[in-house]
Design a protein around this ligand. Structure first.
Ligand code: ACO
Length: 162
């Protein structure tokens, strides 16, 4: 298992992996309009961390956007392919993601969690109570009715890489 940060850099390999990831999101997040998923996954302001099996096969990932001046990042989409869910990959992905984002001087993660995913996010240290000051994030991320806003504090000194 490998974890790779993929951006829309125009290379063939990146394109292929982002298409595979987009397809996993589209299947696992059926309420999300497909065009919206495509737009964000290929948007130059967004990055994705992919979980890759056997060197080439994308089995899941996180698509996110960093707001460096605000020191937070928003998780737009997160999914693991259907037949590999609830085997711990989602937890490993989140830990790797925190380890990565911590080095980028990000202090908070925000996400609009699907109702079904609230339990998963809770286990990953996300809370419905938003501690970050409103003026730091309001207006930066889009309001979204279909989900519950959750926040995770990324401690600068915790080793998330286990
Ligand atoms: N509700 C409650 N608990 C859950 C859920 C859930 N939907 N999914 C997993 N868990 C629990 C597991 O039981 C496990 O608990 P444990 O540690 O006590 O055993 C823990 O969360 C972690 O489980 P993992 O095996 O690491 O999770 P998984 O690999 O299945 O990844 C994920 C979780 C990403 C939510 C996956 O199930 C998935 O892709 N689901 C469908 C898509 C989805 O809902 N994505 C999130 C939408 S919100 C958003 O994208 C911003």
């Amino acid at each position: 298992i490998d974890f790779k940060i993929i951006t829309n850099d125009g290379s063939h390999d990146s394109m292929k992996m982002l298409i595979d990831l987009k397809n996993i999101f589209a299947r696992q997040l059926p309420k999300m309009p497909k065009e919206y998923i495509v737009r964000l996954v290929f948007d130059r302001n967004h990055e994705s961390m992919c979980i890759i099996k056997d060197n080439t096969k994308v089995i899941g990932g996180i698509c996110y956007r960093k707001y460096p001046s605000q020191r937070f990042a928003e998780i737009a989409f997160l999914a693991i392919t259907a037949n590999l869910q609830v085997k711990g990959y989602g937890t490993r992905l989140m830990n790797k993601f925190k380890e990565h984002i911590q080095k980028q001087d990000v202090e908070y993660l925000l996400t609009y969690a699907d109702n079904y995913a609230i339990g998963y996010f809770r286990k990953q240290g996300f809370y419905q109570e938003i501690k970050m000051n409103q003026d730091r994030w309001k207006g930066f991320i889009k309001d979204y009715d279909g989900g519950t806003l959750m926040e995770c504090y990324v401690h600068p000194n915790i080793d998330y890489g286990n």
